[in-house]
Write a protein that binds this ligand. Structure first.
Ligand code: 1OR
Length: 290
């Protein structure tokens, strides 16, 4: 066994409160497991394509990385046993795992799923406060990064809260979205990815082809054409829609003024979700055509 977070039992005796469907959490204490710079780099590499981590802001990622501990698993060892209480969530750095369940009609010895490097498992018991739904066994020697239940739940709760904030605050400020229903707005909140930009960064370049729709969540974005300011967008402001709607080139540079975070909707999701507000988006655009 490797290092674990300090005193997990004590933390779990805290007052429980229900915060959102399926998620229970206890008073949160930040956890820091000492590790090398190299270990941090390995964690970042292991989670880079993991959807659970893509929505996290930089500070939250740091919080998760701080809490993670390294664990070696021998070939044949069950890291998770079906029916057990959930304790940790795992990300695979190296090695292979098979998933088994007693409910498998083909037999409990036949794997129902497989994980390799970059895969993650053990979230169900933590999210739904339920027994482990399956057994996860190493089929080779493996290295995983573990995250304690309390930190995992805290991050999920925060992510849900951020999504609610996006839905109830930022997206409500988008003029063009006044025309879409609550359900449609919730679908946009589900589809967007949060992307952060450092101060001064050119987010979109004038003349580039159609890309995504950007909705400013935090900070301000200056639109600039040929050195002349067009306008400055604050929370709820959109850019990228001109090129998408007109199937044209970007009419302006979009530059981050201070640190900026945007909710970004892909061209495909834009087509799928925003048909009802095409006209409103067009009406709300700055006059790029002079
Ligand atoms: P957990 O906390 O319940 C076991 O611990 C983990 O195995 C579980 O979270 C998932 O992360 C992972 N059914 C249940 N759990 C699965 C399954 C699964 N696959 C992976 N896990 N399947 C249904 C089997 C009838 C396979 C789905 C493809």
């Amino acid at each position: 066994m490797s290092k674990k977070k300090p005193e997990p039992k004590r933390a779990r005796r805290g007052r429980r409160q229900s915060v959102s469907a399926g998620v229970d959490f206890v008073a949160y204490q930040r956890v820091k497991v000492e590790k090398s710079e190299e270990a941090y780099a390995r964690i970042a590499n292991a989670v880079k394509d993991n959807f659970l981590f893509s929505a996290l802001e930089t500070a939250q990622k740091q919080e998760v990385y701080d809490a993670m501990f390294e664990k070696s698993v021998a070939s044949g060892e069950a890291l998770i046993n079906e029916g057990a209480e959930g304790d940790f969530f795992y990300i695979v750095e190296s090695g292979e795992f098979d998933v088994f369940t007693q409910n498998n009609p083909a037999g409990p010895e036949v794997p129902v799923f497989h994980y390799g490097p970059g895969g993650s498992f053990g979230e169900l018991a933590l999210m739904y406060n339920a027994p482990r739904a399956a057994t996860v066994k190493a089929t080779t020697d493996a290295t995983v990064w573990g995250l304690d239940r309390n930190t995992f739940t805290h991050i999920i709760v925060n992510t849900n809260r951020q999504k609610a904030r996006l839905e109830e605050t930022v997206l409500l400020k988008v003029e063009a979205f006044k025309e879409i229903s609550d359900g449609e707005r919730a679908a946009v909140a589900d589809a967007v990815q949060r992307v952060e930009f450092a101060s001064g960064k050119t987010i979109l370049k004038k003349g580039a082809g159609p890309g995504s729709l950007y909705i400013v969540e935090r900070g301000s974005v200056r639109l600039e054409a040929d050195g002349a300011a067009v306008c400055t967008l604050e929370q709820g402001g959109c850019f990228g829609e001109y090129a998408l709607l007109k199937k044209a080139k970007q009419p302006a540079d979009a530059i981050a003024e201070g640190d900026v975070s945007c909710a970004v909707l892909s061209a495909a999701d834009f087509e799928r979700l925003l048909v009802p507000c095409r006209a409103a988006l067009e009406r709300g655009m700055p006059n790029f055509d002079g």
